[in-house]
Ligand binder design. Sequence first.
Ligand code: FEO
Length: 176
Amino acid sequence: MTLSEKIVKELNFQLNREIYSAYLYLSMSAYFESLNLRGFAKWMKVQWEEELMHAMKFFNYIVSRGGRVELYTIEAPQKDWKSPLDAFELALEHEKSVTKRIAHLVELAMSDKDHATFNMLQWFVNEQVEEENSFGDIVVKLKMASNDTRVMLFLDKELEKRRSEVKNESSGTIQD
Ligand code: FEO
């Protein structure tokens, strides 16, 4: 069964939104670099890589089902934020909007009786739970820190430990 035109369009839209997410987090990484918060910057760079991996999962899936990938113009992301908390709150809101988009895609696949697309999307359903948790956790910590320099530096060291898991993905990776 080939993908319906509507599903191809929606999957392409999501592929492009994932690239936008990558772009947004790379912009946040640059913002944190400008504050000398190297750990925060590193964390966001790992997130940038994760988002590109998400985009490639859609890319590879569309191709594997005989669909045509379309790349759109990606708008410039915001450049500055009022504070690290402001940036992470925006990121959390962004992730919640991605979760809604994935839910919309799942509903579409169900109504189209497209079981393969439905199955592929389950990875994203689980991933969004993790994404909201990890961003939400940092928002809570930043609220507790409330710009206390010592706590911020401790948090910066913690976030520096984040390592990319993209290479461990068995399918749909950037390297594919
Ligand atoms: Fe690709 Fe952060 O969701």
